[in-house]
Design a binder for this molecule. Structure first.
Ligand code: IMO
Ligand code: MG
Length: 421
């Protein structure tokens, strides 16, 4: 049995949670691979809304083991809050496992993230200020604290050294200093509460593969936010693309099966940086209101625009996507006219080549095809062939250009509003 993967195709917030929710109902293991609580998706069950930032939403199925993989950075405070919230709503959290190799986000990482954003001034990235970047920095600098050492309280010496270094920086910029004793006392209590969940998840997942168990890998963030393949520096600090799934779980490429790329029938972005099909106008405002495009993590209004097939092709190629999951088809269908970006004009030539160089991107102008909207209420439709003609035309054109089959079509906000092709 191979592990299936769900990835974001653009700038995040594509509705990965909806597809993950569906697929994880049949999964024995649901695994987060990279990123941290900069991610966020919400799932609505029986009118109750659950927001997930760290725990794989597969935890809602009582037979699924929810795994926080080694590639994830974990804020213990946020995680404990999520555990508490689930317990209060009657969900058992005994199926949670956290990799001993995942790195810990401390409060000084969060403070450093905020300070760095301040120092960037006009060149700010627009991070979620959750300490993600600074934690990955420590990981690569090899002074980070891993969950295994954290819950076994083998981290004190290293964390004191780290605090000394950070405090020197904080002092330089007049930022409040961190008290090492207080921090350790606080975090020791978190370590005690999390100890029961920490295991060698790599060994566990390989045993699962041997036993033919179904594994679902949940991507967080998305292709264009990738530290290598996104529009650097307006990216996150990990690899949300397919490579990050292998390194973030310890699952080798040969055990990977379907790779689904999630997208919306339009596009959105939070944070700074170039965004070629952005509609910084009434259309963008309308899409934002219709699609409720406000951040799950930071509540920021999202920048909105048309779907960009040049970028989608890039995501297909980079991740080797085997299928697409397209959400908010109902939302885009509320407009009279819909535009689809089918190429760029750059230096007087038409191109389908996506560039992540921010200077090259500034030269690109989108080429649009126009489609009729007004799809009507499609929320109860269960077969693709029953969709209205206008919706079919739009979806067919997407498939035709990116040469990848659409496997899931989101038709509304509810859990069941989805066509499985
Ligand atoms: P999900 O999983 C949307 C963006 C931030 C910022 C950049 C870097 O919900 O799709 P970071 O805090 O990661 O250092 O910020 O990346 N970003 C996201 N945008 N959805 C996300 O996750 C994101 N995670 C990070 O807005 O531009
Ligand atoms: Mg998000």
């Amino acid at each position: 049995m191979k592990a299936d993967v769900v990835l974001g195709s653009f700038y995040g917030d594509e509705g990965k949670g909806k597809i993950i929710d569906y697929l994880s109902q049949k999964a024995d293991f649901a695994v987060r691979c990279s990123g941290g609580n900069n991610a966020g998706h919400s799932i609505e069950i029986d009118g109750k809304k659950f927001a997930f930032h760290l725990i794989p939403s597969g935890i809602l199925n009582k037979n699924t083991i929810a795994v926080i993989g080694n590639g994830v950075v974990v804020d213990p405070k946020v995680l404990l809050e999520e555990i508490k919230n689930l317990k209060e709503n009657g969900y058992d959290v005994k199926n949670l496992r956290i990799s001993d190799k995942a790195h810990v986000i401390f409060s000084y990482h969060v403070e450093m993230d905020k300070l760095q954003e301040e120092l960037r001034g006009n060149g700010k990235i627009g991070t979620t200020c959750r300490g993600i970047g600074p934690t990955y920095c420590d990981k690569y600098e090899r002074c980070g604290i891993r969950m295994g050492d954290f819950v076994n309280k083998r981290y004190e010496e290293q964390v004191r050294k780290n605090i000394e270094v950070k405090n020197n920086i904080f002092k330089t910029y007049g930022h409040e200093l961190i008290d090492a004793d207080l921090l350790i006392a606080e975090y020791n209590s978190y370590a005690d509460m999390l100890k029961e969940y920490v295991v060698d998840t790599v060994a566990m997942l390989h045993e699962a593969i041997e036993q033919d168990k179904k594994i679902l890998c949940e991507g967080a963030q998305a292709t264009l936010l990738d530290i290598d393949f996104g529009s650097y520096p307006f990216v996150t600090s990990s690899n949300p693309t397919i490579g990050g799934v292998c390194t973030g779980t310890g699952i080798g490429a040969r055990y990977i099966g379907e790779v689904y790329g999630v997208l919306k029938a339009y596009s959105s972005k939070v944070g700074e940086g170039p965004y070629i099909t952005e509609q910084d106008n009434e259309i963008g405002d309308k899409i934002r209101e219709l699609g409720h495009e406000y951040g799950t993590t930071t509540k920021r209004p999202r920048r909105c625009g048309w779907l960009d097939l040049v970028a989608l092709k890039y995501a297909v190629m980079l991740n080797g996507l085997t299928g697409l999951a397209i959400n908010h088809v109902d939302t885009i269908g509320k407009l009279d006219k819909i535009k689809l970006c089918v190429g760029y004009k750059k230096d007087g030539k038409v191109t389908m080549q996506y560039s992540t160089d921010v200077y090259e991107m500034a030269k690109c102008e989108p080429i649009y095809e126009e489609f009729e909207g007004n799809f009507g209420d499609i929320s109860n439709i269960k077969r693709r062939e029953d969709l209205p003609e206008n919706a079919k035309k739009y979806l067919n054109r997407i498939e035709e250009i990116v040469k990848t089959p659409i496997k899931f079509i989101g038709t509304g906000a509810g859990r069941d509003c989805m066509i499985v092709c």
